[in-house]
Design a binder for this molecule. Structure first.
Ligand code: HEM
Length: 290
């Protein structure tokens, strides 16, 4: 990997596209796991406590690195390490979020707004000092609509934004050795589309009979597909379902809403000053303590 000039983020995007193809890994692409990395790096933000979010790249340290919700994301982090190593001017937190949006676009999805300027924690102690314990803030796939609204409401997302973001499950798969669940949501899991919503509306889903956690299954075009209980909650809840129907019928609307919501997700908690860089404000200072 060669270095690109400091501040040349288009050059970094090109390097991300260059390492996305990973023969022998999952469906041959690191794209889906890059998207999950950007989402989990950002999705532990709390509007009320003002902790969490993509700034800091805290997932390199405990408690986030050992949070069972983040199992498997070390694959994404390791795929990206050569880019970071070749470009020491680039922060992990900028790279993780940039890799997520670059992957979405490269897999046929919308262009998502992205700004640099995130700062990394330098040590585990610094991460702990800034964040406290913010594990257990990510959603649990076994639960229902109330849980989804609670988790995404904490980040400041509306029903419309929640459903749009969930469309990312058109990408990638569940791995038994990571989450306990198993299988892909759509027939082509490395193509960004509104297929997830179309499939959710079909009357094909049956509980899977197996020893693993409760999930749904169906076979479409000869391919075994799956849905989590939280995925099915989007059609079981009448207010969520309105948006599932809109996005199933109108891919352009889905792409537009997804781009806005994902752009908002990766900005949560990133407060840049007039130098353009985000500050790492200590949790104690944020709470008004000396
Ligand atoms: C994968 C749960 C929302 C993007 C997964 C997996 C689970 C899960 C259990 C499988 C992990 C594994 O075994 O490898 C949930 C729940 C959500 C949610 C419960 C909300 C209720 C989101 C959102 C995004 C997203 C908002 C992005 C905008 C992804 C992607 C994968 C994935 C791309 C595939 C990763 C891969 O192929 O390695 N999710 N998720 N998810 N999730 Fe979600």
């Amino acid at each position: 990997m060669s270095a690109v000039k400091e501040g040349n983020f288009d050059g970094i995007r090109e390097q991300v596209r260059g390492i996305m193809k990973q023969p022998g890994y999952d469906d041959g692409s690191a794209g889906p796991v890059f998207v999950r990395l950007a989402w989990h790096a950002s999705g532990n933000f709390s509007l009320v406590e003002h902790t969490g979010g993509s700034n800091g790249a805290g997932m390199r340290f405990p408690p986030e690195s050992v949070d069972p919700a983040n199992a498997g994301l070390h694959h994404a982090i390791s795929f990206l390490l050569p880019i970071q190593a070749a470009n020491p001017w680039l922060t992990h937190s900028d790279l993780w979020t940039l890799a997520g949006i670059t992957a979405i676009e490269a897999m046929g999805g919308p262009k998502i707004p992205w700004e640099p300027g995130r700062t990394d924690y330098s040590t585990a102690e610094a991460a702990a000092d800034h964040r406290g314990d913010i594990s257990s803030r990510l959603p649990d796939g076994a639960l229902g609509a109330d849980h989804i609204r609670e988790v995404f409401g904490r980040m400041g997302f509306s029903d419309r934004e929640i459903v749009a973001l969930s469309g990312a499950h058109a990408l990638g798969r569940c791995h038994e050795d990571r989450s306990g669940y198993e299988g892909q949501w759509v027939v082509n899991p490395i193509r960004f589309s509104n297929q997830y919503f179309k499939l959710l509306l079909r009357d094909i889903w049956k509980p899977r009979e197996w020893d693993g956690p409760f999930q749904y299954e169906a076979t479409v075009a000869g391919t075994k597909l799956m849905m989590l209980p939280t995925d099915m909650a989007l059609v079981q809840d009448s207010e969520f379902k309105v948006w599932v129907e809109k996005y199933a019928a109108d891919q352009d609307l889905f792409f537009k809403d997804f781009a806005m919501a994902f752009g908002k997700l990766i900005e949560l908690g990133v407060e840049r000053d007039d130098t353009g860089f985000a500050q790492l404000v200590k949790k104690s200072a944020r709470e008004g303590k000396p």
